[in-house]
Design a protein around this ligand. Structure first.
Ligand SMILES: *Cc1c(COP(=O)(O)O)cnc(C)c1O
Length: 400
């Protein structure tokens, strides 16, 4: 392979898209790629001994969210965890076939919900206000005897808005509705404890947490009914068929251990970087605006809009300087559709298209962030100045 960009030449501010693998995580998984390749389901010791590494990882992931190890299933990714939960919910009770979720979920929920709606399941996408928060009375009103699942993310990947998971889980419990939360972005950034909450399902993904891609987890409360999505062998207590991604599972365990041990330090570090970045940038470009809920936002996420500066054009200039960031959601980059999250928050198409997302991680430094803020300010200024004066819209009476 020939790579155009060397990692040393990059200022990586896109940790909500994926993260670099922590060196200790890589170290922990290597033996399971190199020598310990046995199948954990085999009867001979060369295989079965590997089960202990999986058990250990399950304890480490359980500790991160405060649950019992037996309540953790390993999956292939956060997308699978989300999809499996929706599918299971619809199999639990024939009379409960309605899905209630929000208009700002990750595509692994909203697109699945959309597919279900096209197949005839009633789906309710709850609206959000301009900081991206839900009206709790509207949530309560949306739940009925027919609701199979309420799914609300713990924190939004694009804006960092944190949802009141405790209140939401309690509302669901009052109505007898199982509650799922997509905690992929919250894990490792804010404390997560499910044991004291009536949360039934919770999704995690390794690669947002300094672990390699292709490993996820699903918390299934011991009190919940779960119908497997991957039907096959008896792995994961019969709840997820498929030979285990042993190295990925071991890596995820280590990454969870690191995330838990350094939770407060990492959060303080990324928040200081994020705040310096926003202050520097917004003092250079005072008309910039922050998207999301300033009173309840992940410490590492900065969604900023600079009206009149097309985000895709700014990203091209940032790319030339080695700064990695994203426009809206990583999954929609390259398409012309404005982010569904930002439009649900009431932003106009132009406001959504002039939004950039920066997300910081434990390995970022203050020097990088100061340099990046200067580069972004210059790029936004340049894109604004290059903007050709477009055709002047003339509204006639007939247009209205
Ligand atoms: C990244 C992400 C996912 C998907 O996780 P994968 O492991 O990439 O499938 C789901 N939800 C949120 C909020 C995410 O940020």
């Amino acid at each position: 392979m020939n790579f155009a960009v060397h990692p040393d030449k990059v200022i990586y501010l896109d940790h909500n898209a994926t993260t670099p693998v922590h060196p200790d995580v890589l170290e922990a998984m290597l033996p399971y790629l190199r020598e310990y390749y046995g199948n954990p389901s085999s009867a001979y010791r060369f295989g079965s001994q590997i089960r202990r590494a999986i058990d250990n990882a399950r304890q480490q992931v359980a500790a991160l969210i405060g649950c019992e190890p037996r309540e953790i299933l390993f999956t292939g990714c956060g997308t699978e965890s989300n999809n499996a939960t929706l599918a299971s919910a619809l199999l639990a009770d024939r009379d409960r076939q309605q899905i209630v979720t929000t208009s700002v979920e990750h595509s692994a929920i909203v697109k699945h919900a959309d597919t279900l709606a096209r197949r005839g399941h009633p789906v309710t996408l709850l609206p959000v206000n301009s900081p991206g928060q839900l009206d709790l009375d509207a949530v309560r009103a949306a739940l009925s005897e027919e609701t199979a699942l309420l799914s609300v993310m713990w924190a939004n990947n694009e804006t960092g808005t944190i949802f009141p998971v405790k209140e939401l889980a309690e509302i669901a419990a009052e109505k007898g509705v199982p509650f799922h939360t997509d905690a992929v972005q919250a894990a490792g950034k804010i404390p997560l404890r499910v044991s004291d909450l009536p949360v039934r399902f919770l999704s995690l993904s390794g690669h947002k947490l300094q672990c390699p891609k292709g490993i996820g987890a699903l918390f299934v409360s011991a009190r919940a009914r779960f119908h497997p999505y991957f039907i096959g062998g008896g792995q994961e207590g019969g709840r997820r068929g498929g030979t285990e991604n042993v190295a990925g599972i071991v890596a995820f365990g280590k990454a969870a251990e690191i995330a838990l041990a350094h939770l407060e330090a990492h959060a303080a570090h990324v928040q200081a970087l994020r705040d310096t970045f926003e202050q520097t940038l917004l003092s250079a470009l005072p008309d910039g605006a922050v998207n999301g809920d300033p009173s309840s936002r992940l410490p590492n996420t900065s969604s900023l809009r600079f009206e009149g500066a097309d985000a895709e054009a700014v990203l091209v200039l940032l790319d030339k300087e080695g700064v990695c960031a994203s426009a809206g959601s990583a999954c929609t980059t390259g398409s012309l559709n404005p982010s569904h999250v930002l439009t649900a928050m009431g932003l106009t198409t132009d406001q959504a298209r002039s939004t950039l997302r920066f997300s910081f991680g434990p390995s970022n430094t203050p020097e990088e962030v100061r340099l990046a803020a200067d580069i972004v300010a210059a790029a936004v200024t340049r894109v604004r100045s290059l903007r050709a004066p477009g055709p002047v819209a003339i509204h006639t009476q007939a247009d209205r």
